[in-house]
Design a binder for this molecule. Structure first.
Ligand SMILES: Cc1cc2nc3c(=O)[nH]c(=O)nc-3n(C[C@H](O)[C@H](O)[C@H](O)COP(=O)(O)OP(=O)(O)OC[C@H]3O[C@@H](n4cnc5c(N)ncnc54)[C@H](O)[C@@H]3O)c2cc1C
Length: 460
């Protein structure tokens, strides 16, 4: 008998009310930072609830250290096509020397910017303080209370015990759609056949010899050839969980980050981040894989013989878990065909990046010509609007997308865009806070006023 088939009754109880807000945001990753900042700057009383003691989401807790999805090819030239809150973050990071220059990869088809994680945490803190967002750290969103199709209260577990939070509207930026799932919004996990994008535990290395390392593996994916070579020349000496790795220098050139692990469940399918036991097992597995890859780097890769592991990310990096079913689901075809939408809330410039068993499969947008000569897509407002619950928006990697669409629009750039649109809409909502009836034109005008970049003229 599975231990979960046993049940226990939890007695009902009265809870203290932590506070009443206009907008409550759950999760302080890129989507939650953008949503909270934007809502507060539009005058809303905002509470941001985060289970850790710092912001950044996968960008800090998952050790990502890299902003992707912000730069795309427009009329043949690589340009930044996501603006708004991200410019504020960039300016503040640059002011404390926490942002790297743009780095190109994959034969000039992608451009990213890496950052110092501690700097990012501090910048995010200060942005919340400056905008007047109340942040509740070390608080776990645990359940909701519904009235009709609306969330009336959210219950959080804190060091002061379980408490209720009341709000007119809620934005789920938990990455795992926790709030939406509690509220009964339909969702999907992974590819529909039991597996999703494989997660990875990230780590950073210090004391790398930058010149030697750059000469050996400076070209994106050059590390893959070294991994293949050692498997041919010294078969069985090293176990690699997937075919290739992504190793990039950080702001400090002697510090590198490694994206190489791949965490599966016992049947070989991707670990399910919504399964408590698998998540726990995955943490053990991730650190074990890191030890093995570190041995390979030190012994076999130029520039790494004196390297040390400076940090293993606080948690396993989750690329995909629940994706809600909303009014529109962004698809893989939307990514490959550089889709434009009348209800665009901004752009997303990242290809499909499928973390499949043992490998990463990239698929880039097809080359368009004429007035649509751009290699990136719009994100539609409707992907934030869930079925069934009227005062809830869902932004970030758990928004409404297919498995393929999410493999692209899960990266930070798209999450900033979604978060900013959700926060702005929630702060400026009508009295009913019913997002199905959103005036999208009005929202687009507000986003443009707030220096976001929308390509509305592309719409035919
Ligand atoms: C290994 C890996 C490498 C990646 N590489 C890149 C890259 O190079 N560049 C890039 O741009 N993107 C990259 N990504 C993708 C990107 O980092 C994430 O998809 C992005 O951070 C998602 O943002 P989000 O705000 O939707 O969710 P998240 O970043 O997951 O943030 C969710 C937040 O909600 C909090 N939370 C969750 N549940 C609860 C709860 N119940 N109560 C309270 N708080 C809660 C979490 O602690 C977290 O802070 C990578 C992802 C992974 C896993």
């Amino acid at each position: 008998m599975s231990p979960l088939s046993k049940q226990w009754f939890e007695p009902a109880r009265q809870l203290p009310v932590y506070g009443e807000f206009d907008v409550v945001v759950v999760g302080g990753g890129p989507a939650g930072i953008a949503a909270s900042w934007s809502a507060a700057r539009h005058g809303a009383k905002v509470l941001l609830i985060e289970r850790y003691g710092f912001l950044g989401g996968m960008g800090t807790a998952g050790g990502v250290t890299n902003f992707a999805g912000l730069f795309g090819v427009r009329h043949g030239e690589m340009q930044q096509v996501v603006h708004g809150v991200v410019d504020e973050i960039f300016n503040r990071l640059i002011a404390i020397e926490g942002l790297n220059d743009p780095q190109d990869g994959m034969q000039g088809r992608i451009r990213v910017r890496s950052y110092d994680m501690s700097a990012y945490k501090c910048v995010a803190d200060q942005m919340m303080v400056d905008a007047g967002v109340e942040v509740l750290f070390h608080a776990w969103a645990a359940q909701v209370s519904m009235e009709g199709g609306r969330i009336k209260a959210l219950f959080v577990e804190t060091k002061s015990g379980r408490q209720a939070v009341l709000a007119k509207s809620f934005i789920d930026c938990s990455g795992d759609a926790d709030l939406a799932a509690f509220a009964g919004v339909p969702f999907a996990i992974g590819d529909g056949q039991g597996s999703g994008l494989y997660p990875s535990t990230m780590f950073r290395l210090a004391h790398v010899n930058p010149d030697a390392a750059l000469a050996a593996i400076g070209e994106f994916q050059a590390i893959n050839a070294l991994m293949k070579k050692v498997q041919v020349e010294k078969p069985g000496t090293y176990q690699f969980p997937r075919e290739g790795a992504i190793l990039r220098p950080q702001k400090n050139p002697s510090e590198w980050r490694a994206n190489v692990t791949q965490i599966a469940q016992s049947n070989g399918q991707a670990m399910d981040a919504t399964d408590a036991r698998q998540l726990s097992q995955g943490e053990l597995e991730g650190r074990q894989q890191i030890g093995e890859f570190f041995r390979f780097l030190k012994n076999e890769v130029p520039g790494f013989s004196q390297a040390s592991i400076t940090e293993i990310a606080p948690q396993i990096g989750i690329r995909e878990s629940r994706r809600i079913q909303g009014v529109y689901a962004l698809t893989g075809d939307d990514i490959l065909n550089c889709a434009s939408f009348k209800d665009s809330i901004g752009c997303s410039a990242w290809p499909m990046e499928m973390h499949a068993q043992g490998k990463i499969e990239w698929q880039f947008p097809k080359k368009p010509s004429g007035p649509k000569a751009r290699l990136y897509n719009d994100l539609p407002w409707r992907m934030l609007v869930p079925h069934k619950v009227s005062n809830l928006l869902v932004a970030g990697r758990c928004a409404s997308m297919t498995h393929e669409g999410q493999s692209a629009a899960r990266v930070s750039g798209a999450c900033f865009v979604m978060g900013q649109a959700a926060g702005t809409a929630a702060a400026c909502a009508s009295d009913t806070h019913d997002f199905k009836n959103q005036d999208v034109n009005a929202l687009q005008q507000l986003l443009i006023q707030d220096a976001c970049y929308l390509e509305l003229e592309q719409i035919s």
